[in-house]
Design a protein around this ligand. Sequence first.
Ligand SMILES: Nc1ncnc2c1ncn2[C@@H]1O[C@H](COP(=O)(O)OP(=O)(O)O)[C@@H](O)[C@H]1O
Ligand SMILES: [Mg+2]
Length: 220
Amino acid sequence: MQLKIKKPAPVEKNVFWSPSRVSRAEREKRNKHRGCIIWLTGLSGSGKSTIARELERILFTQGHRVMVLDGDNVRQGINADLGFSQEDRAENIRRIGEVSKLFAENGMITISAFISPYTRDRDRVRGIVREGDFIEAYIKCSLEECERRDTKGLYEKAKAGIIKNFTGISDPYEPPGNPEIVVPTDKQTVAESVQTVIEYLERHNYLRCRQRNKHLTLKQ
Ligand SMILES: Nc1ncnc2c1ncn2[C@@H]1O[C@H](COP(=O)(O)OP(=O)(O)O)[C@@H](O)[C@H]1O
Ligand SMILES: [Mg+2]
């Protein structure tokens, strides 16, 4: 895929990095869990926001430092200047990757829910964070099921040509080749999908207290 990326401005010669006097290790010791980015990628309507919000609620209740960065919200604020061209999508993910990195470096479990359709953009985020910090969760749902759900009525508008560059209809989605987690939301309940993510986090020691997760209950 040929993609023109805006070159980042060269780092200004007179800009110096200001190091923190609180280390990541100190923060993680206090939080009793490590920082990381759970990157949810998938088609519109696949279930990213639903899973992100359930997961956030559960992890917060368990005492984790956790927050969500959600595509729709971010596009109303920090990225309100960006559209849906390949270049703007790349810049959207670049900025969110940097923001996610800041939070993870500061000990937060950061749940980033973005369609992020291009492999190259997602891999770039993986490339700027530490080994193990980027957990790619492919929120896998057939296009037919996403169209059937059409939670926001966007597929209808995209098919009618009212929305341009719509992922899955008039813009490509490149599924992850080797994601840490696959969440088949067209074959699971919401509770099962959230549990799929939590099991991965438990198994790889990202969470504060592994036992507590055995007793979680989810509202459906
Ligand atoms: N296993 C599942 N995981 C997540 N969402 C699901 C699942 N099964 C059905 N859904 C439904 O699919 C829709 C997903 O919408 P949403 O989370 O807004 O998607 P996205 O943020 O990916 O655009 C919701 O209405 C949700 O209730
Ligand atoms: Mg969403």
